[in-house]
Ligand binder design. Sequence first.
Ligand SMILES: C[S@@+](CC[C@H](N)C(=O)[O-])C[C@H]1O[C@@H](n2cnc3c(N)ncnc32)[C@H](O)[C@@H]1O
Length: 280
Amino acid sequence: MMLPHTGRDYIAAFNPKEYLQECYDGPDHEHIFNIEFLVEALQLLPTNLRVLEVGSGPTLHSVAAIAPHANEIHLADYVPANLDEIFLWLDHRPEAFNWHPFIEVALTKAGLPATPEAVEQRAAEMRDKVTRLLVCDVLQPEPLEEKSEPYDLVLAPHCTDVAATTLQQWFQVMQNVTTLVKPRGWLFIAVTTGTTHNTVGTRVFNCVDLTDDDIYQGYVQAGYDPNTYMIAKIPADHKYEFTGICYAIAQKLPLQKVNLPTTLPDSKNSLNSINSTNSP
Ligand SMILES: C[S@@+](CC[C@H](N)C(=O)[O-])C[C@H]1O[C@@H](n2cnc3c(N)ncnc32)[C@H](O)[C@@H]1O
């Protein structure tokens, strides 16, 4: 087996087209659940959000879900080629990836008809609202290469666990990403479980395998309100080497220094209306 890729090596190893071909060959139940979780969670948030997605990769399915709730969306990744791939779509280039099937899911999950006109309209809204593509490194205390005001909502699907190689480092990544979240802003993450590496094509990438309690502790230590913490889990599609995916969101406290409980809150905070097959 090849050694897992980390650090600057990642830039040479991560191939956006290969990733899209292998992991986004049509919305699978993971993508659908990701969109559904976001659509449900957004019901609790105000509209006109200023949103950042870190570790977006070359993907736009989360943007498809959040666009109506945002007035501005910035996308950031460690690998510039991923941002180039997103630019192809924003710029209507023929070689760009087709996000329409994922937009259809976002419309359907929001209870809207997924007609061709509605899909075109949502695509136009996404193009209108994605205003910046930024380089970032969540291992750094200030992850964005260019300075920016903190955001109302930060999304980090399949990024925090991929960037970190140890639990301690993951806690630090959560702190780093939290510097990008406004007080009373929200952080959404998705992490894979049951593996310490993921393979894309012939390339192997590290990740940290987190328990439910690790994820909760990561949020609490980074300064989020436990009363707003929501988590949902699904088993992974058989095509992947990880066994499950965990989705979580919480609201950042207005002040960092507060006495917080360190045990998991009870299940009333799980997104009950989402039909997760193996939630705690
Ligand atoms: C598994 S992909 C996930 C892409 C996309 N968010 C998705 O859900 O499909 C992991 C992404 O994290 C990015 N990444 C890895 N290390 C990072 C770091 N230190 N800072 C920011 N992004 C990083 C990679 O470039 C890649 O785009």
